[in-house]
Structure formats: structure tokens, C-alpha cells
Design a protein around this ligand. Sequence first.
Ligand SMILES: *[C@@H]1O[C@H](CO)[C@@H](O)[C@H](O)[C@H]1NC(C)=O
Ligand SMILES: *[C@@H]1O[C@H](CO)[C@@H](O)[C@H](O)[C@H]1NC(C)=O
Ligand SMILES: *[C@@H]1O[C@H](CO)[C@@H](O)[C@H](O)[C@H]1NC(C)=O
Ligand SMILES: *[C@@H]1O[C@H](CO)[C@@H](O)[C@H](O)[C@H]1NC(C)=O
Length: 392
Amino acid sequence: MKVASQVRRRSILLKMQKLFRLLAVLAGLGCAAAQTISVELSFSSDAIVVGGFTHGTCSFSTTAAGQTVSAVSWTHNGAELRSGNGITIMTPDFGGLAEGESRLDIDSAAESDAGDYTCIVEFSNPSQSRPADVVQVTVASELVVEAEPEQTAVEGEPAVLLCNVSSNPPPRIRWEDIEDGSERIQEPGDEDFGVYKVSDAVTTSDAGTYRCTGQYSFGVERQEIELVVLTVPVITTEEEEVTVVYTNPLHLSCNATGIKEPTYKWLFEGVEVVGDGGRVEVDREEGSLKIGDPTYDDTGDYTCVAETGAGTDNITHTVAVEGLPEIQLPPGDDVEVAVADNSTVEIKCPFRSLPAPSVTWFKVQSDGKNEEINSLAGGFTYDTGPWLALTV
Ligand SMILES: *[C@@H]1O[C@H](CO)[C@@H](O)[C@H](O)[C@H]1NC(C)=O
Ligand SMILES: *[C@@H]1O[C@H](CO)[C@@H](O)[C@H](O)[C@H]1NC(C)=O
Ligand SMILES: *[C@@H]1O[C@H](CO)[C@@H](O)[C@H](O)[C@H]1NC(C)=O
Ligand SMILES: *[C@@H]1O[C@H](CO)[C@@H](O)[C@H](O)[C@H]1NC(C)=O
């Protein structure tokens, strides 16, 4: 008896538990049955790069009898959107539809297209509107990686490479030394972001190719940088004393080693020689200087200066021009010298000549004939200097 009543009580308990479970399920169904409206929004991609494309799809349905959709609208950061400016909204005629979708295209996205999107569906019966969940769309800026493809440093001095990398969201930079395979990562906000220190005292073995790579979640851009280590030039040409005959061209050369390939200029008596493409030619790459038909005016010191960007070196050639004697009086000019009785007078005749000339003075007689007075008799003496002086 005792046993039988216990069994009956247990079966009643079980029945009650089953009933409660059934009620719970019914209650759940009741909730589901009341939710006859569904509005859902999704984007093909909610993170795109400037210039990119995405589209949103707003799907709706209602199961309520006689209920239809009267309109669908879209908002961006709370403001209603219309087609135009790269936005296209495709809304079919909803009259009488109980399910369907509307589509929003963002063509060639701008940064201003970033933000919160949602669609709002208006139902006819009962008259009400229902927004979908908000979708946040991120529009990343383009990744820009800019660096001078050739950067220089002076041997023995600190060397840094520069690379401008920018994007939104911010990028990180990977620096690579292509030659030795080493690499370094820089994070946004790093103090040295975009600046790669190669060495405190660079050597020519540090020269070579480096790579700067910018990366962010939307892509990667890289730029190769050639580091050129400049060295001070050394002129290998010997200084010379050059004598050139005035009928021959003057040709001076100057050759230097250094990085980068040295460029040259020539100074004549300290003043830069500018080639005129004719008589005077200066080759800044080869280091040569040519003067077509040198004159006494071209006699003097020629300094070659070689330059690399790391420094300069120079040598000086001394040039003498051999030529015909040249009297330096204005042509056709007579020089009048007044002299007191029984006094000494010095008549100067400036001339240039290389080699030194032999000199003959003449006295012009009253009959127009010339009398040679070079015998040095009768108190005539002469000197050759930069001029010839005849002392009478
Ligand atoms: C890098 O950016 C700086 C500052 O904006 C600018 O002055 C410089 O010209 C840029 N360099 C290159 C190689 O773009
Ligand atoms: C200059 O030096 C280079 C290399 O040492 C050599 O090839 C060239 O012939 C030299 N030129 C002159 C004008 O000496
Ligand atoms: C030539 O080199 C000397 C010695 O380095 C220097 O003092 C001089 O200024 C240089 N001259 C020129 C014209 O560069
Ligand atoms: C000229 O000077 C010399 C020596 O001073 C003198 O002996 C001579 O008498 C002078 N002659 C004339 C003409 O003055």
C-alpha cells in the first residue's frame, strides 16, 4: 500500500512537470507569434578604402494578415539619405508587399561616407515604422608611402633614411636592409616613426638598397630606397707646369676618385672659368678644360676643384703661353716724352713675350729713316721687365 501511494504521487509530480514544460513552450510560441515583423540590414563590407564600393541590403518581412510595407528610407548618421553624390538607393514600389528588400550602393566611397547606417521600414497596418539595427561603416583612407628613391649620407657621419607613411587607420612601417636581411618594425606613435637610423658613422659598406613598407588592415605599399654613401674626392692627377705655344690649344685635365662620381670646376687666378662653347670649353663631368687659341692673357694658375657632395679636393696647374712678342701700347699711338736739357729720361715700352725676346730700339731720324740705337753706346741702356725701358 505504502509503495503504491508513493508511485502514484511520483507520477502526479511527473505529469505536473510535463505540464509546466508545455506551458513554457506555449508561452515562448506566443512571443514568437507576436513578432510578425522583421527588418534586417547587412552590408557587403562594413570596412572599405576610399574609392571602394559597398552596398547595404535592407530585408523586411511581416506575417501579419493584411499588413504591407508602405515605404523604406535610409539614414546616415541619423540624417535621411537620398540618391546622388555616389549614393544610389533602390527602393521598389512596396505597395502591397509583405516582404522584400531595398538596396543602398556606395560607389567610390569618400571618407565622409563613414558612419552609422540604418534603414527604416514603414508598415501599413497597423501604421508603424521599424528601424533595422545600425551598421557602422568604416572608410579607411588610402595608404600613402613616399620616400626619395635615392638618399645620401656622408661617410663617417650619421645616416638616416626617411619614408613618409600615412593612412587612417594609422599604419605601421617595416624597414628592411635588403643586403643583410635585417628588419625593424615601427608602430604608429613611435618617436622615430618614418625615420630609420642606419648608422652613427656610416661606411661605404652600409650603402645599398633598403625597403620601407607601410601596412594597415586594408593593404600594403612599399618603396625601395638606395642609400648612397658619399666620400670626399681625391684628385689623382698630378699638378703640372704647362707651357703651350699660342698656336696650339691648351688642354688641362683633372681626374678624381670619390662617391658620387665627382663633378669639376676650374678657376683661373681664383675666378671660375665659364665655358663659352667656343674658345673655352669646360667639361664638368670629365674635368677637362680646353682653350682653343691661348694668348698671353691665358698665362697663370688654373685650379681644378673636384666635388662629390661630401667635400672637395683641388690641384693647381701653372700655365705659360709662348707667343710672338706683343707691344702693349695702344696701336698707332705715339708717346710724347718731355725732357730737360742734360737730364736723363726713361722711355717705357711695355711688352709681353715668351720666351724673352731680343730687343732693338730705333731712333727715327728727321729724314724718316730709322737709326738703330741698340749698341748701348752713347748712354743708352735698356732693361726687360714687364716693359722695356730705354734710358737716354
Ligand atoms: C614627407 O613629409 C614631409 C612633411 O609632411 C614633407 O615635407 C616631405 O616633402 C615629405 N617627403 C616625401 C619624400 O614625400
Ligand atoms: C681618370 O681615371 C679613370 C679611373 O682611374 C681612368 O679610367 C681615366 O682614364 C682617367 N682619365 C684621365 C683623363 O686621366
Ligand atoms: C684647395 O685646397 C686647399 C687645401 O685643402 C684649401 O685650403 C683651398 O681653399 C682649396 N681651394 C679651393 C679653390 O677650393
Ligand atoms: C751736363 O752735365 C755734366 C755733368 O753734370 C756737365 O759736366 C756738363 O757741363 C753739362 N753740360 C751742359 C751743356 O750743361
